[in-house]
Design a protein around this ligand. Sequence first.
Ligand code: C5P
Length: 260
Amino acid sequence: MSESPTRLVTAVIVVAAGSGQRLGYGMPKAAVPLGGEPILMHALRGIVASGVASQVCVALPAGDDGLRRMCDDFRDELGDGGPLLSVVDGGSTRSGSVRAGIAALMEGTEAVLVHDAARALTPESVFHRVSDSLAAGADAVIPVLPVVDTIKTVAATTGDNTALAPEVVTGTARREELRAVQTPQGFRAATLLRAHQAAQELDPEQAAAVTDDAMLVEMLGTPVHAVRGSTQSLKITTPLDLIFAEGLLEGPLGARWVEG
Ligand code: C5P
């Protein structure tokens, strides 16, 4: 894209209601400290710094007073010049948290970016690429990276061979067609609404298989476009991810390393 088209009135829904069990801190992942500040704070600062949002709507673990107070303080810090900061109770699933965010969107919202708080260090350039693609006319757009590992499908070993190994390979995906998908995922507001309304009709097994919002849009038959993500946009899930993220903030490159 040579020149950025005029951006749409955009809200960012930040899903931060996960338990963070895999991180093992005994507290919601969004509250886990990274470089001296909760993970969520990094995510919020990155979104505001990108300048794409008229509203930031954060879905928090229900009843978490600490994170709520942190958002209140950040709202005060932003003052009148910043985006509207709204806080809602998240759901028991990621999709439920997104829907809680949708319910709190300002009237007049044209585009919605759904972002995992766990991707606390997403560079501004990724927000810009997603927003610019929506402004250029895309209904749905996701940031992606090429896959470096070979990816295989497997099934549980059955019959007489169970002693050999727990799983057996059923196929190998063509790596050049694969992409690892990140957030923020961007949508025209009406498209995201339609996708989540349709999701309410899924049976529990189908609903459990939904791991991102783009998947719901794909089910509508609407094209989902892909722009370049960033390795810096890693999803902090395990203790090792937290070490990587700390390294990005404090590493030998000095100030925060920005991949762009
Ligand atoms: O669990 P997972 O790592 O897939 O979560 C991705 C993002 O979704 C995290 O930022 C997490 O806080 C959020 N989430 C949520 N509500 C849930 C489950 C996850 O907001 N019920």
